[in-house]
Design a protein around this ligand. Structure first.
Ligand code: C5P
Length: 319
């Protein structure tokens, strides 16, 4: 538990991870499969206020709007939702919940608190049915990775998980964010199922995040971290947090930074154990969490007992 106590204080380094995770991180660094070239400069000692101000200046949620090649020539301007994600709630949302899928949320009894928020964001295939007491049952936004759209096991087309919610999909693109290259060779081909889903469900808000947004978040994590982080996109969790910080006045994040219930159980809905789910291997998850820990305005007791972090919305940040 020493590691957990240090994580709550923001006082950990990758050297404290188990050797297997350290090895995985090193291998991702040398593979650099997305061609990352960090050109920013490190500013690792920023205060909370300075960090928030940097986020406010730099974080612009951006989705494919069909105006750039190759999507412009494919008629995507008429395919994507007419109303952009940032304008679905023009006056903004008051308080929002981001519910991580971590096993640690089991037996939390957080469901009622989570549902009391104006909007709730969940990830991938994380269910609510059968887990209401711990995770609630309201879902406003679901952030899904490209594997959800392409792996038949997820039944993306007909599962109720993906109906009556705002869908936001993403896929790791090259760091250059060259859309032509990405379109030809996505990690998982989310474009075909996206087009099909838009045609069948034109009234459901469904967006694909712009690779520039994803890598902008990566740049910000690296800038504010002393160590070299994995040259891979941030986790869906970090992406979801920043989306809600752009849309809401206040964001309550559950079981991202683990509570006392910390466990190697990867997801609350699946019998699969791996420390990498909580601490990262492919994703720079440990560094994401250290950054979010620095931004927390919530009570320390809520962090320990609920695994809850409270973050201000970016619109209200004064620079
Ligand atoms: O695994 P999946 O990406 O669907 O989970 C959603 C997000 O929840 C992750 O991207 C990660 O940020 C967070 N998570 C976590 N600890 C876990 C499992 C998930 O922090 N054990």
């Amino acid at each position: 538990r020493a590691f957990l106590h240090r994580l709550w204080k923001g006082n950990v380094s990758s050297k404290m991870l188990n050797p297997r995770l350290q090895k995985a991180m090193k291998d991702y660094l040398s593979a650099n499969k997305h061609g990352v070239r960090f050109r920013g400069r490190r500013a690792a000692g920023r205060s909370r206020a300075a960090l928030l101000c940097a986020l406010r200046r730099r974080v612009q949620v951006r989705t494919l709007d069909g105006t750039e090649p190759p999507f412009s020539a494919l008629g995507w301007q008429a395919l994507v939702p007419a109303v952009p994600l940032g304008q679905l709630h023009p006056r903004g949302l008051r308080t929002c919940a981001v519910v991580m899928s971590a096993g640690a949320i089991l037996n939390s009894s957080l469901g009622e608190e989570i549902d009391s928020h104006d909007a709730v964001l969940r990830f991938n295939a994380a269910p609510t049915r059968g887990y209401e007491r711990d995770v609630g049952n309201k879902t406003t936004v679901r952030v899904v990775n490209s594997q959800i759209l392409t792996n038949p096991n997820h039944h993306f087309i007909d599962s109720s998980l993906y109906k009556d919610v705002i869908l936001v999909a993403w896929d790791p693109a090259p760091y250059s964010a060259n859309l032509n290259l990405w379109y030809k060779k996505p990690d998982y081909n989310l474009f075909t199922p996206y087009v099909q889903h838009r045609q069948r469900n034109p009234n459901q808000p469904f967006y694909i995040l712009h690779p520039k947004f994803i890598w902008q978040l990566w740049d910000i994590i690296q800038e504010n971290t002393k160590e070299k982080i994995q040259p891979n996109p941030p986790s869906s969790g970090f992406i979801g947090i920043l989306i809600m910080m752009s849309l809401c006045s206040e964001v309550h994040v559950y079981e991202y930074i683990p509570s006392v219930r910390q466990t190697e159980l990867c997801h609350y809905h699946e019998l699969y154990y791996d420390a990498a789910c909580t601490l990262g291997a492919y994703h720079p998850l440990l560094y994401e969490k250290l950054l979010v820990q620095r931004l927390n305005t919530g009570a320390q007791g809520d962090l320990h007992r609920k695994g809850k972090v409270v973050l201000p919305g970016l619109r209200a940040v004064h620079c």
